[in-house]
Design a protein around this ligand. Structure first.
Ligand SMILES: NC(=O)c1ccc[n+]([C@@H]2O[C@H](COP(=O)([O-])OP(=O)(O)OC[C@H]3O[C@@H](n4cnc5c(N)ncnc54)[C@H](OP(=O)(O)O)[C@@H]3O)[C@@H](O)[C@H]2O)c1
Length: 313
């Protein structure tokens, strides 16, 4: 079995060593331009088109992340880069769910306990206890109820906030209210005090979070974006922060990354920024997951995490 690997910025060493250990029957190599040798599986992040082109005998391509928007965009830009018959898989959880829980719990508690307000007060040496929020109306609404959205809902449960999710299909999750489809978006947003975005970036969700969208939240709501920057119209987000429609935002992802130095989001007093690392790919967990999937595929079973290319996630 031949496996080719490509990542634009990571060293191949740990990946190849780990894959060889878990799949001793495989030969794993870092793909280099010009390599047209045989391959049964490809493990990729932002692969050059020539790496995959013409490889109709591949049994699977594994994206080295949870989101596949980048590779689907590449496939659109380079027709024929990967035959439709080749299954595309993504990483499900592999340690990212816990990282997302940490980020979301931290942000929600910061806002609920008004630590953001106290941080601003401290800059003025201002000693002023503020009225607390009521837990029973501090509703957290999660856009997306997939692997990561559901995990974040689970992570927030111990804190007792009302929880709701919005997805395409209805969900049954103990202690969480499910809203499904476009018709349910308005009631979902109207009752959401803290909005957490965990949607995949697809043609349907790009620029979804705009002025009209944000205006449906209660005045003074909070926004956490840990999915993709392309889903948010940043000028509208800034306007919502200026008007007080949004009280604060924590942002991990942006339309342009790295966020340009002169971007007004950097200096907004109510915005917290992290450099697109809300949940990073953990190599050992990812290798375990991919090795398991390849073993299942070799045994004629269907591995988890197959992407529906038409749907876009
Ligand atoms: N910032 C970071 O560090 C980072 C790290 C990892 C992942 N991410 C992002 O997180 C995203 C979510 O990951 P995941 O593993 O949870 O994905 P997932 O399991 O595929 O879940 C996606 C969820 O979004 C819902 N959805 C998709 N399109 C929708 C639409 N048009 N309207 C309503 N709901 C829609 C799906 O609904 P159904 O359940 O009905 O299908 C599903 O519940 C990834 O795509 C990636 O972009 C970011």
């Amino acid at each position: 079995m031949e496996i080719i690997w490509y990542h634009p910025s990571q060293s191949a060493t740990a990946w190849i060593r780990g894959l060889q250990q878990r799949l001793p029957q495989a030969r794993v190599r870092a793909w280099q331009p010009g390599d047209e040798g045989p391959a049964d599986y490809a493990l990729v992040r932002s692969p050059p088109a020539e790496m995959l082109r013409g490889r109709a005998t591949l049994r699977g391509v594994f994206a080295l992340g949870a989101g596949v928007d980048e590779i689907l965009k590449q496939l659109e830009q380079h027709p024929g880069m990967l035959p439709d018959s080749v299954p595309l898989y993504r990483l499900e959880d592999t340690g990212m769910a816990r990282q997302m829980q940490e980020y979301a719990v931290h942000s929600v508690l910061t806002w609920f306990r008004r630590f953001d307000d106290y941080q601003l007060q401290q800059q003025q040496a201002c000693w002023q206890p503020l009225p607390p929020y009521a837990r029973e109306t501090f509703t957290v609404g999660i856009l997306g109820a997939g692997v990561l959205g559901q995990s974040v809902a689970e992570g927030l449960k111990p804190w007792g906030f009302p929880l709701r999710v919005w997805s395409r299909s209805p969900k049954t999750i103990d202690g969480v209210t499910s809203f499904a489809g476009r018709d349910a978006l308005q009631p979902f947003l109207q009752g959401t005090q803290v909005l957490i975005n965990l949607l995949p970036s697809t043609p349907e969700t790009i620029n979804l979070i705009d002025q009209h969208f944000l205006a449906q939240l209660p005045h003074g709501a909070f926004f956490l974006n840990i999915a993709r920057g392309a889903q948010v119209v940043e000028a509208d987000l800034l306007a919502a922060l200026e008007s007080g429609q949004l009280k604060a935002a924590a942002l991990d992802v942006f339309q342009v990354e790295p966020l340009p130095e002169a971007h007004p989001l950097w200096s907004h007093p109510r915005v917290t920024i992290t450099p697109h690392n809300a949940a990073v790919t953990l190599i050992d967990e990812a290798i375990d997951y991919i090795a398991r999937a390849i073993t299942q595929d070799q045994a004629g079973e269907t591995p988890q995490g197959r992407v529906d290319r038409q749907r876009g996630y």
